[in-house]
Design a protein around this ligand. Structure first.
Ligand code: ARG
Length: 457
């Protein structure tokens, strides 16, 4: 049991209380950020004349040797210490003696942990942004290769109108690009250094907070000391952005699971990304997509957990806030592995283009275009809708598609039909003639592709 605060106590802490209070089992993840923050802090203490140059050098070398030893496995972060901050300070004093006791001058664990958590989170935002970008590149490749891969688009999970695989995936691209944007926004808003806020009310030492902020890559120092030590908004925003990413991945997973089903057969997931059944020898299951879908709940849970922890907390620091870490770590780990595996699954998936195209040709996905054909020949849309409805009924009766009917059969339902109807309702026309911005037509999707290329370059 090693604590930083024994002075005013006459009795030692109960072991169970110590264990309950301790955070080292999980906050050791912040170790390298704690060192980085401390190094910047002592540099500033030196520059402001609060520590001598010799003291700064001794402390910095001590911190560096602790960092090296932990990285090389020579020093273990054990649960003898209350938290990672205590671990570093105790080891520093062990190594360099009395001068090590000066590290914590003008600092509290409250602004220290706020800094560590921000440094860690900022780095993880960058990590998630990288993984998102990788996925966006994979999507772009698939989009570029499939501008003429026809498939049905759905509403209510019923075939609606034909689209292309490129257009379908471009919808997901838009979602992930918004996710990237959201991360950039959060990073910008959070990038202010809390160090120097002290326990809650700043300090009487003449600290240069902006110097620390600059050394650690922050835009500036935060503006209110009480807010600085008790702000976890950035973490809530990040968890919320992670939840939205998971929601997108989960929807995408659901599509892949449906498309991979025996009934659809639109895609085949690579063997390396599938698993089998212990009893049914024929099975090849889309477990990765299912797990990504399933883990979405857990990330939402992490967000709700932190929101609930923060609710009603009075200013400034309260120990409740130690609970910000495990959920955040869990959400970050989960999203990173989901993004990486989902990307790997997409990179190796096979699209059964003939099956997709055949599916688009059946199920009357060109019914709207058939109605539009009549409208272009002067029929009012509502009447055209009724005529094509009757036509669809006839086709269901005969178990065929609209284009399978002869011109005589078509004319029997409406004399307006002429030979050019077949061209007008062909799959290719239905897709290619959709030229409005954002539609699946060639020009529109090429325009989108150009935008993606510029954004991802
Ligand atoms: N382990 C603590 C946390 O994660 C560090 C801050 C402790 N501050 C305090 N006043 N007890 O929040």
């Amino acid at each position: 049991m090693a604590t930083l605060w024994g002075g005013r106590f006459t009795k030692s802490t109960d072991q169970e209380v110590f264990d309950f209070n301790a955070s080292i089992s999980f906050d050791k993840r912040l170790f390298s950020w704690d060192i980085a923050g401390s190094v910047a802090h002592v540099h500033m203490l030196g520059k402001c004349g609060i520590l001598t140059i010799e003291e700064v050098t001794a402390i910095e070398e001590g911190l560096q040797s602790i960092l090296n030893d932990v990285n090389e496995g020579k020093l273990e972060i054990t649960s003898k210490y209350e938290d990672v901050h205590s671990f570093v300070e105790a080891n520093l004093i062990d190594r360099i003696g009395e001068v090590g006791k000066k590290l914590h001058t003008g600092r509290s664990r409250n602004d220290q942990v706020a800094l560590d958590m921000k440094l860690y989170t900022r780095d993880e935002i960058d990590g998630v942004a990288e993984l998102l970008k990788e996925l966006e590149h994979t999507l772009l490749t698939i989009i570029k290769n499939n501008t003429e891969t026809y498939m049905p688009g759905f509403t209510h999970l019923q075939k609606a109108q034909p689209v292309t695989l490129a257009h379908y995936f471009s919808a997901y691209m838009e979602m992930f690009l918004r996710d990237s944007d959201r991360l950039a926004d959060i990073r910008k808003r959070m990038n202010y250094s809390p160090l120097g806020a002290g326990a809650l009310a700043g300090t009487t030492y003449p600290l240069d907070r902006e110097m620390v902020a600059k050394e650690l890559g922050f835009t500036a120092a935060t503006s209110n000391s009480m807010d600085s030590v008790s702000d976890r908004d950035y973490l809530i925003e990040f968890l919320s952005a992670l939840s939205v990413i998971m929601m997108h991945l989960s929807r995408f997973s659901e599509e892949i699971i449906i498309w991979n089903s025996n009934e659809y057969r639109f895609v085949e997931i690579d063997d390396a990304f599938s698993t089998g059944s212990s009893i049914m020898p024929q099975k090849k299951n889309p477990d990765i997509a299912e797990l990504v879908r399933g883990k979405t709940g857990r990330v939402y849970g992490d967000l709700m957990g932190l929101l609930t922890t923060m609710k009603s907390l009075p200013l400034a620091y309260n120990k409740d806030m130690q609970e910000d870490k495990e959920g955040a770590f869990d959400a970050i780990d989960t999203v990173k592995s989901c993004l990486h595996l989902f990307d790997g699954m997409l990179k190796t998936i096979k699209f059964r283009k003939e099956v997709m195209e055949k599916s688009a040709m059946m199920g009357f996905t060109n019914a709207t275009d058939a109605a539009d054909y009549l409208v272009k020949k002067g029929v009012a849309f509502r009447d055209a809708h009724g005529i094509i409805g009757t036509l669809v009924l006839t086709c269901i009766d005969k178990n065929c598609s609209i284009e399978d009917l002869s011109i005589e059969e078509l004319k029997k339902i409406s004399p307006v039909f002429e030979e050019d109807v077949y061209e007008a309702i062909s799959l290719k026309t239905c897709v290619e003639k959709r030229l409005t911005k954002g539609a699946p037509g060639t020009d529109a999707i090429n325009e989108a592709i150009r935008r993606y290329e510029a954004l991802l370059s």
